[in-house]
Structures are given as structure tokens and as C-alpha cells.
Design a protein. Sequence first.
Length: 94
Amino acid sequence: MLTGGGGTYQDSGSERSATEAAKDTAITAEIKARHLDDAIVSMFDVSVRTVNGRVTLAGSVGSYEARNQAYRLARQVDGVTAVINQIRVEDRSK
């Protein structure tokens, strides 16, 4: 919920100011851009969610190299305080 004035934004039970929500949106956008520009990570569908600077990565990739690269790229973005890597590595050779 976003309210006027100096309002707050509520997302999944956490209440944040509109400024914090905007910072999180910018972090998410930067990480997604870096993932798209990366030759390894761009081949996979990795979701990015940011709340108060804490980034959660999810989805599935075909190698540990891709999983680790997605993590490294997220960690490099200014404003990121933590990265929770929930990306699964799946064997796609079948």
C-alpha cells in the first residue's frame, strides 16, 4: 500500500517508505540489467526481488557457474546489503 505525503509502502508484511521502495526498485532493475548483459546468466530465467536492500534470487539455471555468476553480479550493485541465493541448478541434458 502506498500512501500520500511521506507515506509508506507495504510489501509482504514489511512496511517501507516510498523512498526505500524506490531504492529497492532501482536495485532490482540494475541487477536485472546486469543479468541480461551477462553471457552466462542471460540464458536463464532468474527472478530478482529486493526488500530493504536485501536481494533474493530465485529460478533455475543449468550450471553452478551460472548460479554463482548471478550471485556475484547482484552483490556488486550499490545499495545491496545481502543476497539470498535460492537459484536451483537443474540438469537440462535430459
